[in-house]
Design a protein around this ligand. Sequence first.
Ligand SMILES: [Zn+2]
Length: 74
Amino acid sequence: MKFLVLLAVLLVAYLVWRGKRVAKAPSRPRTPALPTPQDMLACARCGVHVPRSDAWISDGRSYCSREHQQQDGN
Ligand SMILES: [Zn+2]
């Protein structure tokens, strides 16, 4: 009978210890932060695809470089 009491005490202690461990675990995002995908725009002059942030845009058309923007404008 003493054995059963000891077992019960150990079980409770284990559950409390486990509960604290789970509560202490830091909550991290499952995946590392990835760069957000960007829209790719095709150059109206040569067709090269560039990220929207790197594209030269004029009159609703996108270009890979300032040179192509100017060449297409003339
Ligand atoms: Zn181009």
